[in-house]
Design a protein around this ligand. Structure first.
Ligand code: ADP
Ligand code: MG
Length: 263
C-alpha cells in the first residue's frame, strides 16, 4: 500500500485592509493546489462570508451548521466541513454573520485566542494545506487565525498605498509570536491586481521587494476580470476559465508554494 504523507500546514491569508485579494487568493490558491493533487481545507473566518458565498452561492442560506457552531463547540468541526465539487477542496463555511458576535461574546473569556486552533487541531492531519481567509481587521478573529497557523501569507494590492498600515499587521504577528505562537512564520507576500499598463504597478513591485526581499512571490496576480466574475458562478477561476491569465497565475503561485514547502 502506498501511504502518502500529509503535510497539515495551516496558512492564514491576511491583511487588515479590505479588497486586497485575500478571499480571491484563498479560493484560487486553494483550488489550484487541489488541482495539483493536494488535499485542501478552506476556512471562512470573515463574518462577511464572501468565501462561502463564492463556493456555495444561495445554498449558503440553507447551511445548518457553520464555523461558529464548531468554534462554540455546539457541533464537532467534522460535521461542519463541506466537500465542494472541486477536486480535493473542502470548505469550513461562515454561513451567518454570527462569527462577528464571537468577538464580543468571548471578549473576556480566558483562552479565547485558542478557539480556532482547538478545532483545526482536530482535522489538521486530514489535509495537506488549510487556508484561513482572515477578516479585514486585526481583532480577535485575526489573532485566533494567527494563533492557529504555521505561517501568514500577506496579500498586497498593487496600489500606491500598498504598504501603508503594514506595520500594524507585522506588530500583531509579533504580538502573537510573543504570547501564543512563537513559531509563527511569514509564508510569503503576494502582489495582487497588478496592472502591467501602469508605471505605478512597477513602482509598487519595487517598493514591496525592497521591504520584504525574498519573501515576495515571483508570481504576481494580474488584474483579471475572470477572477472577479468566477465567484458569481460559484467557481474557482480554474474551473470558470482555465486559460485566463488569472487561472494561470494562481496555478503558478500554487507551484511556488509547493516548492517553498519542499514539494
Ligand atoms: P479581500 O478578501 O481582501 O477583501 P477580495 O479577494 O474579495 O479581497 O477582492 C476584492 C474584490 O476584487 C472582489 O470583488 C474580487 O472579485 C476582486 N478581485 C480580487 N482579485 C482580483 C484580480 N486579480 N483581478 C480582478 N479582480 C479581482
Ligand atoms: Mg475577503
Amino acid at each position: 500500500m502506498v501511504t502518502r504523507e500529509i503535510m497539515g500546514k495551516i496558512i492564514a491569508i491576511a491583511n487588515q485592509k479590505g479588497g486586497v485579494g485575500k478571499t480571491t487568493t484563498t479560493a484560487n490558491l486553494g483550488a489550484s493546489l487541489g488541482q495539483l493533487g493536494k488535499n485542501v481545507l478552506l476556512v471562512d473566518f470573515d463574518p462577511q462570508g464572501n468565501l462561502t458565498t463564492g463556493f456555495l452561492g444561495s445554498a449558503k442560506t440553507i447551511i445548518q451548521k457553520d464555523v461558529t457552531d464548531a468554534l462554540t463547540k455546539q457541533v464537532p468541526v467534522k460535521n461542519t466541513i463541506i466537500k465542494t465539487k472541486f477536486e480535493n477542496v473542502s470548505i469550513l463555511p461562515a454561513a451567518s454573520n454570527r462569527l462577528a458576535t464571537i468577538e464580543t461574546e468571548y471578549a473576556n473569556v480566558e483562552g479565547r485566542e485558542l478557539l480556532l486552533k482547538d478545532i483545526l487541531d482536530q482535522v489538521k492531519d486530514t489535509y495537506d494545506f488549510i487556508f484561513i481567509d482572515c477578516p479585514p481587521s486585526l481583532g480577535m478573529l485575526s489573532i485566533q487565525a494567527f494563533t492557529s497557523s504555521d505561517t501568514v501569507l500577506i496579500t498586497l494590492q498593487s496600489e500606491f498605498y500598498a504598504l501603508e498600515g503594514l506595520s500594524q499587521l507585522l506588530n500583531t504577528i509579533d504580538q502573537v509570536r510573543r504570547r501564543s505562537n512563537p513559531q509563527l512564520g511569514i509564508e510569503g507576500v503576494l502582489i495582487t491586481m497588478y496592472d502591467a499598463r501602469t508605471l505605478l504597478g512597477a513602482q509598487v513591485i519595487g517598493d514591496v521587494r525592497n521591504y520584504f526581499y525574498n519573501k515576495v512571490y515571483d508570481t504576481i496576480i494580474p488584474r483579471n476580470i475572470g477572477l472577479a466574475e468566477a465567484p458569481s458562478h460559484q467557481m474557482p477561476i480554474y474551473y470558470y476559465d482555465s486559460r485566463s491569465k488569472g487561472a494561470i497565475a494562481y496555478i503558478e503561485l500554487a507551484k511556488e508554494v509547493l516548492q517553498a514547502n519542499g514539494n
